[in-house]
Every structure is written in C-alpha cells, then in structure tokens.
Design a protein around this ligand. Structure first.
Ligand SMILES: Cc1cc2nc3c(=O)[nH]c(=O)nc-3n(C[C@H](O)[C@H](O)[C@H](O)COP(=O)(O)OP(=O)(O)OC[C@H]3O[C@@H](n4cnc5c(N)ncnc54)[C@H](O)[C@@H]3O)c2cc1C
Length: 487
C-alpha cells in the first residue's frame, strides 16, 4: 500500500504500542485523547488531500526508487520543480488546517540524510546511502509519517556535547555491537512525534573528533523498546477537555503538537544506522536539514492566509472594513506574508542537484527566508490583534453565550455590525486568539522564531553564504581602489 487515506493513517497509529505521558501519567489511548486528536487530524489532512483530484499533483509524485505513486512527504526532490511543489503543498496545508501539520520535518530529514550519506560513503567507502535508500523505500511503501529529530536538550549551551557534565544532554552512542548500536539521550521539541510511525534521528550541531560518539543518525519505530514521549503542553490546551467550548477553541478541529522524546538505551540494528561516529559529516547534515527546514516555513504563509482572512472578517463584523487604516493594515499583512513566500519560492527555484541526484535548495536564500519568518508573523499577529479589538481576549465563554441568564446580554453587547450574528463574531475573534495566543500560536509564533534554528543560526549561515569578499572586490573595482597602495 503506497498511499493511505487519513482514516487509514489514524487506524495505523492505533496499532502502535507507543508510550506517551501527559500531566505525569501514561496515556492509555493517545490517538483519541481530546488534547492530542486535533494534531492527528492535521496530519491526516496530508493523507486525505493525496486523494483529492484538485490537489493530487501537489500531494503525490512518483518515487525515483520504485516508480510507484507516493505521497510527496516521502519523496526525494528530483528537480527545482519538485522543490517548488513542496512549498506549494505546505502553503496549501497551512490554509487547510490553520496549524502545524507536522509531516515536514520527516520529509526534510529524508532529503538531507539522502544526499549526506551519499557523500559520506564516497569518502569513507561505507554503505550508509544504500541502507538509507532501503529504509526510505519502506517509508514510501508504508506511507509513514516520520518525525525528523534533530534538537537535543543541549544542557549548558556554552559547552560541546562531550564537555557536558551529563553525557545524555546530546543523543549519543553508548555501545557499538556487531549487529547494531545502543543509543541514549533525548530529542526536545519534537513536532508530531506522537503522531509519527517512525523517528529519524540526526545530530544537532557540527562536531569535532572529541564529539564523535554524538555523531549519529538512525531510525527507530515510535514504539521501539526504550523510546517514550512526554507531551508538551500548549497555552489554553485544557480548553479542549471542556464540554461546550467549541467556539472557545477557535479551531476545534486542527492543531499542532510537540513532545520531549526520550531514548533510554535503545537498540538500533545496523540496517537502520545512517551515521556512526563520522563526525566530519555532522555539520553537512545539520546544514542541509536546516536549509530544507528553513525553506519549509512556507507553511506559515498558509496559516498567515487564514489569519489575514480572519482579520478581514473581524473588520466586517466590527463594521469598519472600508476604513482606510484597516485596509492599509490588511495590505501590510499581505505584503509581509508574500515576502516570506517570495523567499521560499526563490530558494526553491534556485536549488541545485547534489552528487546523490537529490535537489538541494539555495542555502543563502533559505536562510533569508527563515530570518524573515522569525519576524513577520509577529507583525502580522500584531496587526490582526489591532483589527480584532480587545474583545478577542476579554470575551465571555461559549457557555455564557448559551447561558439562560447570560445569553441575552452576551448576544446584545457582543454584537457588532447591525444584522450580523454575535456568535459568528465570537467565532472569528476566537480564531484570531487561537492563532496569536492560543494553541496554534505555538506553531505560528514561537515555532516561527525557534523552529529550524533560532534567528542567530540563520545569521551565521547568511554570513557564511553571503560571499562578502566578492562584494568588497566589486566595490573596490568600481571605486578604482589599488590595494597595493594600502599598508
Ligand atoms: C514549536 C517548535 C517546534 C519544533 N520542532 C522541532 C522538530 O520537529 N524537530 C527538531 O529537531 N527540533 C524542533 N524544534 C527545535 C528548534 O530547532 C529549536 O527550538 C532551536 O534550534 C533552538 O534551540 P532551543 O530551543 O534549544 O533554544 P536555545 O538553544 O536554548 O536558544 C535560546 C537562545 O540562546 C542562544 N544560544 C543558544 N546556544 C548558544 C551558544 N552556544 N552561543 C550563543 N548563543 C546561544 C540562541 O541563539 C537563542 O537566542 C522545534 C522548536 C519549536 C519551538
């Protein structure tokens, strides 16, 4: 079966024996848990749209390994057209879910490990690339969702992995056996990890020889022995446990998810190990994954489309859609959103073929794209809050709207433009709250800042990729500077 429907995906998750904790207790049925389920619905959308004739071309493609039709999330980009289709798919999914749909990290891990293992094998004569291809085929055949796991807890940020007092602060190889390795440590902030069939692990930073035990990449099933997860709570998450609070949720169907994933002495068989102490290549893997993932933040433009639409609808209910400053603020939101999009398109269109045959985005432009993403959603959110008005954070609950005594007062005083529905006004304001301050703000705001690396990580890459020396030379030539006259 190369393509699953959303329903089949959800059923497949139920077959896994995953170990998840929330609020200090192990969950018996994470798949149907009301706090978790919206995030599963978002991932399910990546499966359902593959069957929609309108979107099939974006959501599916042909495997270069088997020639079979596969979900694009399991694909190795074969051209710049593939890179552009990838981000169009991500914007679409952002529009459909107004949240993080979680499946991108795995796709970005596939693509970065694919090209890195090829180059690693060329230097060392190892066979990681062939191993990885076999693993990838398995992912494509089963249409798996895979958690791309890079970020370690990192402990003291001023120290390298091998300098940490607690060696578990970075995932590391505890033992090398004939048939595989034993790994230990944790990966933090893992998007969609509970909703994934597999975890694909990569090192988090470039390494030196002293850190070679930490230069490790491997894959394990989410329910492998020794793997367990602690759910990351989100602002307003317990609203999902309340009865009669659909409006209060803002988005009662979709959501994102992160968790702390712990590897407590996990055995990984050799066929699932894709880097084992080749510390020189940790940097390449990190740089490529970060590049692909910074391109992936095109998803935020899809969520931004929904937020811009919500702000415009709120202006309609407030009776001010024609006010010049409101129109201008909406134009500004669109300008910022499309600027992020333009960078994502640019880094895709300027992609190049790697030695492995897989395509890599333009790294400089991908980093510029993500640097914009660390800022613009905040400004878009500020403008949305401006247009929405204070009610988006002071509004009574849905129960008050339905309450016998409170209902008439809520309906009367929360009404906006004459002839419009108070309930609809409340709905759109709660959606804005959800996107800017609630559960979806994890994905729209803080993930925009830190996901795929904090802002400084992109600035380092921009400095590295920007070729300042060539620019200085251009300036010297135009100014007729003779450097031999300088002491
Ligand atoms: C919502 C969300 C989803 C995410 N999803 C994933 C995922 O699916 N997979 C994954 O692998 N990761 C994921 N991440 C992790 C993300 O890549 C990290 O948050 C990011 O790399 C920053 O790391 P950190 O959060 O540990 O912040 P920190 O490293 O603690 O950074 C905090 C600040 O300290 C600065 N700093 C850190 N180290 C140094 C240093 N050595 N010198 C100087 N300054 C330093 C940073 O620049 C930053 O300003 C996710 C993060 C978020 C918020």
């Amino acid at each position: 079966m190369a393509l699953m429907t959303g329903k089949q995906y959800i059923e497949s998750l139920k077959k896994l024996d995953i170990k998840v904790y929330m609020f200090g207790e192990r969950l018996e049925n994470p798949v149907d848990h009301p706090i978790i389920r919206p995030s599963i619905n978002s991932v399910a959308m990546t499966y359902d749209l593959a069957f929609d004739p309108e979107y099939e071309d974006l959501l599916t493609t042909t495997s270069h390994l088997t020639g079979e039709k596969i979900n694009r999330f399991c694909h190795i980009h074969q051209s710049t057209e593939d890179l552009v289709k990838k981000i169009k798919m991500q914007r679409l999914l952002g529009q459909k879910t107004a949240s993080c749909f979680q499946r991108c990290v795995g796709m970005d891990a596939f693509n970065s490990i694919y090209s890195t293992t090829f180059e690693m094998d060329e230097e060392y004569g190892t066979n990681y690339h062939e191993r990885f291809k076999k693993y990838l085929e398995l992912c494509q055949k089963n249409d798996w969702t895979v958690d791309g796991a890079m970020t370690d807890p990192k402990g003291d940020r001023g120290l390298s992995p091998s300098q940490q007092e607690d060696p578990d602060m970075f995932v590391h190889i505890k033992e090398v056996r004939e048939d595989g390795i034993i790994v230990r440590g944790a990966k933090a902030h893992q998007t969609g990890s509970i909703n994934s069939h597999e975890h694909l692990i990569m090192p988090t930073i470039a390494m030196t020889e002293a850190d070679k035990d930490y230069a490790v990449s491997f894959a394990v099933p989410t329910d492998a022995k020794g793997v367990f997860m602690i759910y990351g709570r989100q602002s307003c998450d317990t609203r999902k446990l309340e009865e009669g609070a659909d409006i209060d949720l803002g988005n009662n169907t979709y959501g994102g998810q992160e968790a702390l994933v712990i590897f407590d002495d996990v055995f990984v068989p050799n066929e699932r190990v894709f880097m084992c102490k080749e510390w020189k290549y940790a940097g390449m893997l990190v740089e490529r994954f970060a590049g692909f993932h910074r391109q992936s933040y095109a998803c935020k433009t899809g969520v931004g489309d929904v937020l811009i639409g919500a702000a415009a609808v709120a202006a309609d209910y407030n009776g001010v859609p024609k006010a010049s400053h409101i129109k201008d603020k909406i134009i500004e939101m669109q300008h910022l959103n499309e600027t992020m999009w333009a960078c994502s398109v640019a880094c895709s269109a300027e992609g190049t073929k790697t030695k492995s045959g897989g395509y890599l985005i333009d790294l400089l432009l991908a980093n510029v794209c993500k640097q914009n993403v660390t800022r613009f959603p905040y400004e878009i959110a500020r403008l949305a809050e401006d247009i929405a008005g204070g009610l988006m954070v002071t509004m009574p609950s849905e129960k008050d709207l339905r309450g016998k005594e409170t209902g008439p007062w809520v309906k009367k005083f929360l009404n906006g433009k004459v002839g419009t529905s108070t309930e609809n006004r409340m709905r759109i304001l709660r959606l804005i709250e959800n996107l800017t301050l609630g559960t979806a703000a994890v994905g729209y705001r803080t993930e925009s800042l830190h996901g795929a690396g904090s802002p400084q990580a992109q600035r380092i890459m921009i400095a590295r990729q920007g070729n300042l020396e060539a620019k200085k030379e251009m300036a010297r030539r135009i100014a007729h500077i003779d450097v031999s006259k300088d002491k």
